[in-house]
Design a protein around this ligand. Structure first.
Ligand code: ZN
Ligand code: ZN
Length: 243
């Protein structure tokens, strides 16, 4: 072990003593997300979910989308209330980067369940053999400057390594205002034209990841940009769906 690694290990040990790892769900020391809290997440039951926007209970009639999302299918892992909201905040704003693989694992659980149910095109909503690359909705320039990392890049990397899928770091975006400050119509306007696709995605069947979908504006914008650059299809997966 090099000196730097030793120092890092000692610092980690000290941090664990002073500030032990606590569950984002129940605040008990031990794990970042304990088994009980993982089981108690407001999981979306994929059998009942809208195949277009991922909202729960929208399988037959969805009140959360107009059926016109540009994605091939969308899968949401959980609702946003409770532990998922705390998990997203702890990852993004409290810089608990060890939650990235936790979020990725939850998304993979949902994708696995969704693989048993059809997308609007009749194919499974998720099929790892029908994915050529994994992309993510990039942080705004302002958020990246503030945090110093792009949390969805970390989640995408964790998901790729767990599922053995290739990363397609294909989206970038210029500065725009923080979405949380804006209303529904402003969100769409704020995002329009701010995302760009880079690299070669022509013909690619892509899996697009994001943390939270509220109106779906970010996912829709990213999807349009990827399709405009020649992607064959975009399947979206979000950790949490607000409805
Ligand atoms: Zn817990
Ligand atoms: Zn829907």
């Amino acid at each position: 072990m090099r000196i730097g690694q030793l120092a890092r290990a000692a610092a980690d040990e000290l941090a664990e003593l002073v500030w032990p790892t606590r569950c984002v769900g129940c605040d008990q020391p031990g794990e970042l997300l304990c088994d009980e809290c993982r089981a108690a997440l407001p999981w979306v039951e994929q059998r009942l979910a809208c195949p277009v926007c991922g909202a729960p209970y929208g399988f037959l009639t969805c009140t959360e989308c107009d059926g016109a999302w540009p994605t091939r299918a969308a899968v949401a892992a959980t609702g946003f209330h409770g532990a998922p909201a705390r998990l997203v905040a702890a990852l993004k704003d409290a810089h608990e980067l060890r939650l990235a693989p936790v979020m990725a694992a939850a998304m993979l659980t949902a994708l696995d369940e969704a693989s048993a149910w059809p997308a609007p095109d009749g194919a499974p909503r998720f099929d790892p053999d029908a994915i050529d690359g994994v992309c993510f909705v990039p942080a705004t320039a302002a958020a990246y400057a503030r945090r110093g990392f792009d949390h969805m890049e970390l989640v995408a990397r964790a998901l790729c390594s767990a599922a053995d899928l290739p990363l397609a770091d294909a989206l970038v975006r210029a500065a725009s205002r923080d979405q949380r400050e804006l209303g529904r119509r402003e969100r769409a306007a704020n995002l329009s034209g701010t995302m760009r696709a880079v690299g070669d995605v022509a013909g690619g069947r892509l899996l697009l990841l994001d943390d939270v979908a509220t109106t779906g504006a970010s996912v829709a914008e990213a999807t349009r940009v990827l399709l405009a650059r020649g992607a064959a299809s975009v399947t979206a997966c979000v950790f949490a769906r607000v409805w």
